[in-house]
Design a binder for this molecule. Structure first.
Ligand code: ASP
Length: 340
């Protein structure tokens, strides 16, 4: 029988009203499992593990990603797949981080959560949990169908590092604007086999070191030199995600280009992603991105913000060699970006 480990980290899915009856706070895992007796009817052996203190995912930190990765690492040989219950707010960050931390993984890690707590009548939690387990348990020719970090929400399975939270209201809270669905659950589960990720490495290996010395600068018309300098002048900052306009364009004002170039000359790694939901950075297409290309800004193609930040954290944690880091930023390591 297929065996799946459910890992509970917190989030709305398991929340109950606080004593003040005004706010929602995380509760324990058995409360969740008690609400879904149907899980026992699945032809799957289920075990569970939980954060000692479940959290609202807005409190998520890299140390929590490490905690999740360690649970998977310690149980990798014991289970056929893993389902992580997680708050939706930073779920796409955790999925992206785990995708880069877990190297050579040949088993599914599916993150899910819900917009309404599992104890509520109209909750979306039950379906999300049941189908996430079913997706994790899918096998074909004796091997797991999903062999990557994915997100399941509201009938859709997405690649984790392509996904972003787009609604604080709708049950369909996530979107993968630049990569097709991995699977969809209707009457049947339809798998998009051609789009599934398969690791190159034969060896399962977990990257435990994350370096969070990464900044994010979102450009806007009217940004001042002081604002730019505040973002690129932080002590110990090793990398900057630049959220530029359109296909990777930025202002050509000399103070802007000079400040950015001097930061790069002093060792800052700058990764250019677009503020647009769809499409990708193509440095050199317009004159307004040519200067970025020339000064050594790295084009991030169609990386999501979540994937850009977490990819940098994992690469910076792995190496001090800027040449190695830049080479990996330019390559598609876990299906996170489209390369022409
Ligand atoms: N604030 C909650 C969390 O991210 C929201 C949710 O779970 O949907 O933990």
């Amino acid at each position: 029988m297929t065996s799946i480990l459910i890992i509970y980290t917190g989030g709305t899915i398991g929340m109950v009203e606080a004593e003040d009856r005004k706010t929602l706070v995380p509760f324990n895992l058995s409360h969740i499992l008690d609400q879904v007796p149907e899980l026992k009817k699945l032809d799957v052996k289920l075990d569970s593990a939980s954060f000692e203190k479940p959290i609202d995912s807005s409190d998520m930190q890299p140390k929590h990603w490490l905690q999740m990765a360690r649970i998977i690492e310690e149980n990798y040989l014991k289970y056929d797949g893993f389902v992580i219950l997680h708050g939706s707010d930073t779920l796409a960050y955790s999925a992206s981080a785990l995708s880069f931390m877990l190297d050579g993984m040949r088993k599914p890690v599916i993150l899910t959560g819900s917009q309404l707590p599992i104890g509520m009548i109209r909750t979306d939690a039950r379906e999300n949990l049941i189908t996430a387990v079913e997706m994790a348990a899918l096998t074909k020719n004796g091997e797991p169908v999903i062999q990557e970090v994915a997100i399941y929400f509201e009938y859709k399975l997405y690649r984790g590092n392509r996904t972003t939270k787009v609604s604080a209201e709708a049950f369909e809270a996530f979107s993968s604007p630049n990569y097709p669905l991995l699977a969809e659950a209707g009457v049947h589960i339809e798998v998009n086999y051609a789009r599934l990720f398969r690791p190159k490495s034969e060896q399962f290996d977990v990257h435990h070191n994350l370096d969070a010395s990464v900044g994010v600068l979102t450009l806007f018309p009217g940004i001042s030199e002081e604002q730019l300098l505040a973002q690129i002048g932080t002590e110990n900052q090793r990398a900057l995600v630049l959220q530029s306009f359109g296909s990777g364009n930025a202002s050509q004002q000399p103070w802007f280009l000079e400040a950015l170039k001097s930061a790069i000359d002093n060792g800052l790694i700058v990764l250019n992603i677009t503020q647009c939901m769809k499409g990708k950075v193509e440095q050199g297409k317009y004159a307004t991105s040519q200067a970025l290309l020339e000064m050594g800004v790295i084009g991030g193609s169609d990386l999501t913000l979540e994937a850009a930040i977490t990819k940098l954290m994992v690469l910076l944690g792995h190496s001090d060699d800027p040449v190695w880091i830049k080479a990996h930023l330019n390559s598609n390591i876990r299906g996170e970006m489209s390369i022409a």
